[in-house]
Design a protein around this ligand. Structure first.
Ligand code: DHE
Length: 538
């Protein structure tokens, strides 16, 4: 079979013109093409896009890949690059044969994945325990506000762990590779979003906590959020949730208590600057405003921030703000008025003023900012700041966030603190803490991957201390307990390596001494403390 052609990507009715002669692409059998298509969807689409137009990672359309050739592409796939391409071969995720298969696959035209209708979403929707059959008060005596929802990435599960006792209270089946968990405004419910587009609703009042509803609204997703507003325009507490999809490129508003899909809105649109049509503008981070009944929806490829008013979900008013490409992750400043989001490949942080509903500033930072939700703290010289670390540079920056009392520092990088290396994914602090914690998960050096550093807020010029969290795997992501006096760090092992699948290490935040290990977790990743997530404390 000559270079197997995929279907024409959806272009909104306009015929797509292939950029190159497909005859040049390496030949794949139908089975090989199908295997490669699945691997691409699971491992590559997140950064490169399903249609391979590029975003966090470069475009991988045949006009770009064919000139490189199979050997060079396979080497990149196996060994990774310092710019952030994971070393899939070295990590043991792909074999040399699979790396070669993927190298051949990406020289072919990308096949178009299917769309998803409201009818299909409704077909996937299940209410396992109806709201009227759920408990009216907690069925256990545990301090559920100090529970942590922990993604067990390669197990397709979320562990609910008691932050007081470190016991795993429940391990629930969710979607595959849950990306984030968000809590209802009351904290009672956890909303998880799987990479496979499945949302699960976990009721923490049940004994043990269990999934009470689930729905699939996309084939590929990264974000979920709830309605948090309670004010003059109404009480929307826990009334709705919103799921942001990578594929199909849309967001879906669902009922907050049952996950019934209610409204789907496409994000296919035009880039904010050149105003070119984009067939795959994916939904990156979403946050709920506390000031107004609105979600902040960050649309990656078109570089727009959409303010979605949820007072009338069937007829939502959407304000589209021009921002920057490619929007990714971000968090609130301490006041909750400003949302700071990374446009990671532009090396910029966009500052949204939700009160004025405008972009307040775009801040130039280091290479590939990756804040998670960032870290808010008081700098001894510059006052209130928000920080991000970076994938492409060993640097943590502080950006002034107080235009009223420190206007000269607002929306400027006021500090750049050197780190042992690049490849940082996350950082975290807490108002009660003296430290900012930062990881180096994607650094190519094995020792640095396991190393976390703390920076003293009182002397933020260099790390106060750096150390390896474990003698295997990679250290990733932080979360504080409810009191803000303990820090949890994940260690990624390998799902197929018994005894070293992964664990969580708990530190005393005052002394930086290790106080507990929660062992035998399968690739624990994001950890979300109920209280801190409800209150947006980071
Ligand atoms: Fe994430 C947050 C997308 C890779 C773990 N990640 C986010 C958010 C987005 C996103 C849009 C913000 C959600 C929000 O706040 O609403 N992540 C992507 C990707 O597209 C990317 C680059 C590639 C992919 O294929 O997924 C990617 N992310 C990863 C990982 O490899 C990580 C480390 C492990 C994994 O699960 O795949 C990972 N991402 C996380 C975590 C958060 C996150 C733990 C939440 C951080 C927080 O504290 O808020």
């Amino acid at each position: 079979m000559a270079g197997l052609k995929g279907e024409t990507p959806p272009t909104g009715g306009v015929e797509a013109t292939p950029a190159v002669e497909l005859g040049e692409a390496p030949v794949l059998t139908t089975e090989e093409f199908e295997q490669a298509r699945q691997i691409f969807f699971d491992r590559c689409a997140g950064c490169h896009g399903v249609l391979r137009n590029g975003a966090t990672g470069p475009a991988l359309t045949p006009d770009k890949t064919l000139p490189k050739g199979t050997l060079a592409l396979a080497s990149i796939i196996f060994n990774g690059t310092p710019r952030g391409m994971p070393d899939w071969g070295k990590q043991g995720v792909l074999t040399a044969e699979q790396a070669e298969l993927m190298a051949k696959y990406i020289q072919n035209e990308p096949p178009a994945p299917p769309e998803m209708s409201m009818e299909q979403m409704r077909g996937f929707w299940k209410v396992l325990v109806a709201p009227e059959d759920r408990p009216t008060e907690p069925q256990h005596t545990r301090n559920w506000e100090n529970f942590f929802a922990v993604t067990l990435r390669d197990a397709g599960q979320v562990a609910v762990i008691d932050g007081d006792t470190y016991e795993v209270v429940a391990t629930v089946n969710t979607g595959y590779a849950v990306h984030i968990s968000r809590m209802s405004a009351t904290g009672r419910y956890v909303y998880t979003i799987g990479r496979d587009g499945k949302t699960a609703l976990i009721d923490l009042w049940m004994d043990p906590p269990a999934v009470v509803a689930e729905v699939k609204t996309c084939y590929d997703a990264r974000s979920v959020e709830v309605s948090k507003y309670n004010g003059p325009e109404g009480d929307f507490t826990d009334r709705y949730a919103i799921v942001g999809c990578y594929w199909p490129p849309h967001f879906v508003i669902v009922d907050g208590l049952t996950l019934e899909p209610l409204k789907v809105v496409s994000t296919r649109s035009y880039t904010y600057d050149t105003q070119e049509y984009h067939p795959e503008p994916r939904v990156a981070s979403i946050v709920a405003s506390h000031f107004s009944p609105k979600w902040v929806v960050n649309v990656k490829e078109t570089g727009q921030i959409w303010l979605v008013d949820y007072t009338d979900v069937q007829n939502p008013a959407i304000k589209m703000l021009n921002a920057e490409r490619f929007l990714h992750d971000g968090g609130w400043d301490a006041s909750g008025r400003y949302f700071l989001v990374a446009a990671n490949n532009a090396n910029k942080i966009v500052v949204l003023d939700v009160q004025e509903e405008k972009v307040a500033a775009i801040v130039e930072t280091e290479k590939i900012p990756h804040p998670g939700r960032g870290a808010n703290w008081i700098d001894p010289v510059f006052g209130p700041v928000w920080s991000t670390s970076h994938l492409g540079e060993g640097a943590l920056v502080a950006i002034g966030t107080d235009p009223v009392n420190h206007p000269e520092y607002a929306w400027k990088v006021v500090r750049t603190i050197p780190l042992p290396g690049a490849g940082s994914l996350f950082l975290k602090t807490h108002p009660n803490s003296d430290w900012i914690w930062v990881d180096h998960t994607l650094n190519p050096d094995e020792e640095i991957q396991r190393t976390v550093c703390v920076i003293a807020k009182a002397n933020p010029v260099e790390p106060y201390k750096c150390w390896q969290v474990a003698d295997y795997g990679r250290a990733v992501h932080f979360e504080y307990n409810m009191e803000g006096n303990q820090v949890w760090v994940s260690v990624w092992g390998r799902a197929d390596d018994p005894g070293r699948t992964g664990e969580i290490v708990v530190y005393d935040d005052k002394t930086l001494e290790e106080i507990a290990r929660i062992p035998n977790l399968v690739t624990p990743t994001g950890k979300f403390n109920v209280y801190n997530t409800v209150k947006d404390i980071y």
